[in-house]
Design a protein around this ligand. Structure first.
Ligand code: GUN
Ligand code: ZN
Length: 429
């Protein structure tokens, strides 16, 4: 057994429903066989476990492993394509790169870059938009298995509107998705997600095929995009003669295993549908800002009991750091004025950890509750950096956490554990 000693912060009780940041300023978390066996003030934990090894995290903070609920693996090399709205960005930036993954050896390189970037950011669990090509999805799972993060991902499906080399048929999609799910769903930390790209690029026949897979494989997840951009929404509602949610709901794709990304321009009746079905929404704040998609109506989601957590949406999103997403989520709510939700640092941590684990159906991770798996991030800035100075001068733990979101970057992620095992962050030097 190992006791990790340091300033420990987590959010087992949601700050959106009366909870607060849980703080152990000189805390101990006891880890046995990858599981949390004890938690509390260090003195108390130490007297219960006098003979166990102690690892002292001498500065910075220990937080739960971060959870990214929406991130695109084939877009890792095109982050930062600024200046375009969604449909132009897809055509000129994302899709040409996604088509390159038809070459399995190119895909292997991208998978390597992606998993490395994810873990360097302190992300220990993610719901990942895969590739349009089965071999490239295999490459992602293979690399994730080698390095360690919990990955839920799937073959991206489209049968219209996108460039030809990214299209498949509903029949082929069915065969390929089921074969990938058989290979990967439940293998170690890997799980499968049925992944139509968005209704705009899928016919009713394709979405119906997705519905059949989801009904047959009762523990796989479902993920797609919804209500991101006004031009996109106008096309979808025209094609389906319904609202955006209706294009998925008519095929049984809206339920507790569903995670929809964006949902910026959403009607109250769609929010009621999402809340009633227990579906989740991945809020991707830097992407919403970078593509000019809009400001996320968090208050209305909360009012309809829609589950929400953070996603980076790399590569429209501007990086893998969930700290930056948290800060941008805070900015967006500020900009909404009276329609926004004033977010504290505890809200941001919750959205980046416990809420994400909930959205992904991972009840064993997200915070340091005894019995959960030890997925953790030691945020320890280099001496003399602005975050180091800010942390040393923080008024209290909530303030220290606010500093992490304001100033933290992937460079401040000093160590990462998954199931109690340290992860090789593959940094040079
Ligand atoms: N909608 C369909 N595909 C995409 C994508 O790759 N990124 C974003 N942000 N929205 C999408
Ligand atoms: Zn996306």
């Amino acid at each position: 057994m190992t006791i990790y000693r340091g300033q420990i912060l987590d959010t087992p009780k949601s700050p959106f429903t009366g909870g607060a940041l849980r703080v152990e300023s000189d805390g101990g978390v006891v880890v046995r066989d990858g599981r949390i066996d004890g938690f509390g003030p260090f003195g108390q934990v130490r007297s219960a476990h006098p003979d166990d090894e102690v690892v002292t995290l001498d500065s910075g903070v220990l937080i739960p492993g971060l959870v990214d609920t929406h991130v695109h693996y084939p877009q890792v090399r095109v982050i930062g394509g600024l200046g375009m709205p969604l449909l132009d960005w897809l055509e000129h930036c994302a899709l040409p790169e996604e088509a390159r993954l038809v070459d399995p050896s190119y895909a292997e390189g991208v998978a390597h870059d992606f998993v490395r970037s994810l873990t360097q950011a302190g992300t220990t669990s993610a719901l990942v938009f895969g590739s349009h090509y089965p071999a490239a999805v295999d490459a992602l799972f293979t690399e994730a298995e080698r390095v360690g993060p919990r990955i839920t991902a799937g073959l991206v499906l489209s049968d219209r509107i996108l460039r030809d080399d990214l299209l498949t048929t509903p029949e082929q999609a069915d065969r390929d998705s089921r074969a990938l799910a058989r290979r990967w769903h439940g293998k170690g930390r890997m799980r499968y997600a049925v992944t139509p790209r968005f209704s705009l690029s899928c016919t009713d026949e394709m979405l119906a095929a997705c519905g059949r897979i989801l009904a047959d494989l009762d523990t796989v997840l479902f993920t797609s995009h919804i209500n991101e951009n006004v031009a996109e929404i106008a096309q979808v509602t025209g094609l389906f003669e319904s609202d955006y949610l209706g294009s998925y709901a008519r095929h049984g794709l809206v339920g507790p295993r569903s995670v929809f990304a964006h949902n910026v321009h959403v009607s109250d009746s769609e929010l009621a549908g999402l809340g009633g079905a227990g579906a989740g929404v991945a809020h991707c704040p830097t992407s919403n800002a970078a593509l000019g998609s809009g400001l996320f109506p968090l208050r209305r989601h909360l009012a309809h009991d829609v589950r929400v957590a953070l996603g980076t949406d790399v590569g429209a999103g501007t990086g893998f750091a969930l700290f930056k997403e948290g800060l941008q989520a805070y900015f967006a709510q500020q900009l909404l004025g009276p329609d926004g939700v004033p977010l504290t640092s505890a809200h941001l941590l919750h959205l980046a950890t416990t809420a994400g684990a909930d959205l992904l159906g991972l009840p064993d991770v997200g915070d340091f509750t005894v019995g959960k798996r030890f997925d953790a991030v030691w945020v320890r800035p280099a001496d003399g950096t602005s975050l180091d100075i800010a942390l040393r001068n923080a008024a209290d733990a909530d303030d220290a956490l606010a500093k992490v979101f304001a100033l933290g970057s992937t460079a401040d992620v000093h160590q990462v554990w998954i199931d109690g095992d340290p992860i090789d962050l593959q940094r040079a030097g």
